[in-house]
Design a protein around this ligand. Structure first.
Ligand code: FUB
Length: 471
């Protein structure tokens, strides 16, 4: 078959698969757990800052935070874990929900953790780049009042330059941050909770110190996980409320940054999330509005194995937010990926049977690749001239295996084929290449398919750092 005929077949095949395949996109990160998503839009890129649930744990004993980025909402690049409990000399456990914000060319990542004095406190790490390196800006907590309520910081800078930090579990607090973003002025204020402002009031803790739960007269209540922002002149505070079997995402609105608040209802409630908690953030990106939230729906997940998911929504004309349904399909692409630029292998729309590692010399790379695994990258724009060559940076401590590059499905037309030899170690990288002998033009999803070489063993095959097509 000549190149042209193959190319035409490829295009038809692509269209057919594109229209019939399931296009699962949630949860958006499959290589590890990613709870408590906090999105940040900066210079045309979305960053999502998350926690890091640990497989097999029975409580929220997390130890680090992670960051991913995307230009198109479907392909997410893993930037590893720029901060961990060890980054804060005063932190000892529970690396819980956090949010990062940009100001004056710096990035401020507000985190909360259990302190060496055995309570929860809020700290702030600072960096010149959204992906780090970050350092503890104060070498002590920013908010430390000696109680367990100091969790889940959310931060927003108003149009007049005043920054606000809200946080709290059970109780909701705020302070006005100074322009340095690492100190505040005035008192810590506690937000009054009424049925009008949050849909109900949480019962006091019982004699055992446990939180009270929803009472029959409560429509809802503030539990934790605030997300504070402004949209079209109105202030919004989304928060985890209480539903039938777990947390909701509920919200309240105000004309002022500090309230009074008027309860608006539930955005996401009583859906099959497989997680007791929910925690989210809302952004606008490339003209669309998105809700980030978490579920326990990644295989092996649950209440202590939670993952970021995203849905698109449209504000109602009066500024209220509609009910948003959790889906597996998630959101569609709002950009194209250029395959002629070096792309990190950890830029992933969907992946199976592989993981992520990082080290100082290489940075972040795809690891623990096993037979039957793959990485899918969506909306790759080959343009009108087909590439002639594909290259990839790969390392293998043992006989590597095969890396196939296929278009539009796991069994789609093969664009490139690389036999991976031993390279001398698992981080001894080698640039390997393959001719592209099937012409490919236009926009396609591509699949990096991992196969063993003459083996059926399930061991790790090779590590994968980055790839590129060339004309
Ligand atoms: O991830 C630990 C805690 O669970 C967060 O801080 C809360 O918002 C809830 O998601």
């Amino acid at each position: 078959m000549d190149l042209k005929t193959k190319s035409i077949l490829l295009s038809c095949f692509g269209v057919l698969l594109f229209s019939t395949s399931l296009l699962a996109q949630n949860p958006v990160i499959q290589t590890h757990y990613s709870p408590d998503p906090a999105p940040l839009v900066h210079n045309g890129t979305v960053y999502v800052y998350t926690g890091d649930d640990i497989p097999g744990y029975d409580f929220y004993y997390m130890t680090k935070w992670r960051v991913h980025s995307s230009n198109d909402m479907v392909n997410w690049t893993d930037h590893g874990s720029p901060i961990a409990l060890e980054s804060f000399s005063w932190a000892r456990d529970r690396a819980w929900a956090a949010q990062c914000i940009a100001r004056n060319g710096k990035f401020y990542w507000y985190i909360c953790a259990q302190t060496t004095a055995n309570n929860m406190a809020i700290g702030v790490a600072v960096s010149d780049k959204p992906t780090g390196p970050f350092r503890d800006a104060l070498n002590k907590p920013l908010i430390t009042t000696g109680n367990w309520s100091n969790i889940d910081p959310t931060v927003y800078i108003d149009d007049d330059g005043q920054a606000y930090l809200y946080w709290g579990n059970g109780s909701l607090y705020y302070v006005k941050l100074n322009t340095d973003m690492i100190s505040y002025s005035g008192e810590i204020m506690q937000v009054p909770q009424t049925a009008e402002s949050f849909g109900g009031v949480r019962r006091a803790r019982n004699a055992n110190g446990q939180n009270g739960s929803e009472t029959a007269q409560n429509k809802d209540m503030y539990v934790e996980g605030p997300w504070f922002y402004k949209h079209a002149g109105k202030y919004y505070l989304m928060y985890a409320g209480m539903g039938k079997g777990g947390e909701t995402l509920s919200y309240t609105m105000s004309d002022k940054a500090t309230g009074p608040w008027k309860y608006q209802g539930r955005i996401m409630a009583d859906q099959p999330a497989n997680s007791f908690t929910n925690h989210g953030g809302i952004i606008d990106f490339k003209g669309k509005s998105y809700l980030f939230y978490h579920t326990g729906l990644l295989p092996g997940g649950g209440s202590y194995g939670r993952s970021t998911a995203i849905e698109e929504f449209k504000y109602n004309p009066d500024g209220t937010i509609p009910v948003v349904k959790m889906t597996k399909a998630g959101v569609g692409p709002v950009g194209l990926l250029n395959p002629y630029k070096r792309t990190e292998a950890e830029t992933i729309a969907w992946a199976e049977k592989c993981s992520i590692d990082e080290n100082k010399a290489t940075g972040v790379y795809v690891s623990k690749i096993r037979t039957g695994g793959y990485i899918k990258v969506r909306s790759v724009d080959f343009g009108s001239n087909s590439p002639r060559n594909f290259s990839a940076n790969i390392a293998a401590g043992l006989d590597g295996g095969i890396l196939e590059v296929r278009a539009d499905s796991l069994t789609g037309i093969k664009l490139a084929n690389i036999s991976v030899p031993r390279t001398g170690g698992w981080t001894m990288w080698k640039q390997l290449s393959s001719a592209v002998d099937t012409a490919v033009t236009g926009v396609h999803d591509i699949y990096f398919v991992f196969k063993g070489q003459n083996i059926t063993a399930g061991r790790e095959l090779y590590n994968f750092d980055y790839w590129k097509f060339e004309h």
